[in-house]
Design a protein around this ligand. Sequence first.
Ligand code: NDP
Length: 400
Amino acid sequence: MGKVLIIGAGGVSNVVVHKCASLPDVFSEIILASRTLKKCQEIAERIKNKYNRIIITEQVDADNVAQTVALIRKHNPVLVINVALPYQDLNIMDACLETGVDYIDTANYEPIDTAKFEYSWQWAYRDKFRNKNLMALLGSGFDPGVTNVFCAYARKHLFDEIHYVDIVDCNGGDHGKAFATNFNPEINIREITARGRYWENGEWKSTDPLSVKQDFDFPGVGVRKMYLMYHEELESLSMNIKGLKRMRFWMTFGEEYLTHLRVLQNVGMTRIDEVEYQGQKIVPLQFLKAVLPDPGSLAENYTGKTSIGCVIEGLKDGKQVRKFIYNICDHAETYKEVGSQAVSYTTGVPAMIGAKMMLTGKWKQAGVYNMEEFDPDPFMDDLNKYGLPWKVEDWSSLVK
Ligand code: NDP
């Protein structure tokens, strides 16, 4: 049905390529390009062995628009799936505009020199995409991504009005390392060390980093301490879910992880500005990334589960009700299936499904969109079909 160009060959990409390769009727041809060609070739080799499909591999520096444009012109895909880093988003969107190709990603644009998540830069492309009759789908991972679709599903099927949303994200897995991040360390640490922020009664409230916490009993994992953080889906959901009174995002961290992070911060290793080292300029956080375990390498011995969902409260038929929509994903099972851990898996599967929604025309509209702006039903069906089954529990008895 469609030829796609996947950019980036990290942990998430491995899952996206596997999932796309398993659906040849939808993803008729796949080109995989990244900064390091060898990583593309390694993924292509796995696909050849598993599905007997040929993935074309290419080298590209996606920070360079002209290179990406040339690559797109060479292969003529109908869609670019961006699973490189958030820094590349705008350059890849520019290349798509220049070549007339649709676009999808899993994380919002971030300037490399400021740890700041907001959609303003990508939303500024709305008219450009609309005028060229092209579509860009933003944030098609798990959170953002599936969590946005859970909210859209709740709005469509479970509530007349949504008042409170708490997105709760737990990785209850154990990779056996003293300290490692589950996806790109640079992006992950920038996110966690930022100030917390949540939306309440029409305005943003901010908190010191990781200063607000509470226990939560995660299905499939158990009770874990979770910390209030800012997360990018809050920005679009607080605009698109009307009548909302409060929306927050929480993520769990173990004591060991937080202690390491605190030390790294205290000694300056999480800085994102350049420092002079032996006549060379280096960014400490980028150096730290180079010495930390590659998130992809954690997969083999990872045990335990991720458990991520949305606790939603509001009105249904005049009554205040509370529902919990969630997915549990097992690290060892995802490793067995595609050779990746569950954090990459829970991001890569929705990226494939988002791309499938666009290629099959189920989600198709010119412009730049967030996930909750489309009909959640076909996406929710595909989550069940392609490895991320979800459940809804009724927690209305807990409403005070
Ligand atoms: P990785 O660091 O494992 O992979 C990133 C890949 O992008 C690498 O192959 C890297 O190349 C490549 N890349 C980086 N810069 C460029 C460039 N200039 N040109 C071409 N390729 C480039 O990251 P992950 O796979 O863990 O994450 C991928 C994306 O998914 C990130 O944007 C992350 O924020 C997002 N994400 C989203 C989640 C969600 O739920 N929405 C959750 C987790 C991640 P090289 O191999 O040379 O380093």
